[in-house]
Write a protein that binds this ligand. Sequence first.
Ligand code: NAP
Length: 249
Amino acid sequence: MRPNLARMTDNKTALITGANKGIGFETARRLAELGMTVLVGARDRERGQRAVAGLRERSADAHLVLLDITDEASIAAAAGDVSAHFGRLDVLVNNAGIGNASQPPSQQSLPQMRELFATNFLGAVAVTQAFLPLLERAPAARIVNVSSSLGSLGLASDPTSRIADWNALFGYSASKTALNAFTVRLAHELRSKNIKVNSACPGYVATDLNGHQGLRTVEQGAAIIVTLATIRESGPTGGFFDDAGEVAW
Ligand code: NAP
């Protein structure tokens, strides 16, 4: 971290978890392009440093924050570092996620489902709780939970929807449904504060998560996340959005 530089620029600071690659990296790149100091959350130092170097090559004010979102000690250390060096946080993007080990509901392995929930749901909750005091110090903080339309019960229960047949991804989908519940409840809890909380669906994006089977680019996937990370005071809180607008819960 280069604290002095961040202090001097006195701009907004954004932490993106799982920003060493994929949609998270692209989100960091876009937020840096908008003038934010970006904190690249990465659980692996080498992968994180490579991402930071890639962002700095593009003139970004980027810093590595070592952060494994399933590890309480790592989360506490990261929050302590960011507090010491930056003093506050304007934007938190809970992007880190895993997608492996999903199966149909009748066969979903419980140990694998625990892993999915540990990262995609509990990890995001734990990171948010740890960074909330820093977000509360910002004049208008934004939290974006990177969810998925697969977590939408409205779409899953509609036999004509595009995701109705995606039953094979039950564990993953349920972890995103839980994440959406966190969005709604946290937004309500923070409604009297200047912090907006929303869920974003990036669409089906070609990344390592799906063996690059996705049909969208990371640029397209990151767009709604960047929008929600930068929404104005008059913008929504406690919502679920993709590029086309509101997604059914
Ligand atoms: P990706 O390329 O596989 O990136 C996932 C990122 O999360 C990586 O940086 C990974 O770090 C990190 N991560 C995983 N577990 C972590 C942990 N315990 N602690 C810290 N970081 C961790 O996948 P992606 O497609 O960009 O996914 C980003 C987000 O978008 C996920 O939440 C995903 O569910 C969501 N999403 C993706 C799609 C899609 O079609 N791709 C659709 C809807 C939603 P390592 O490099 O160290 O593994």
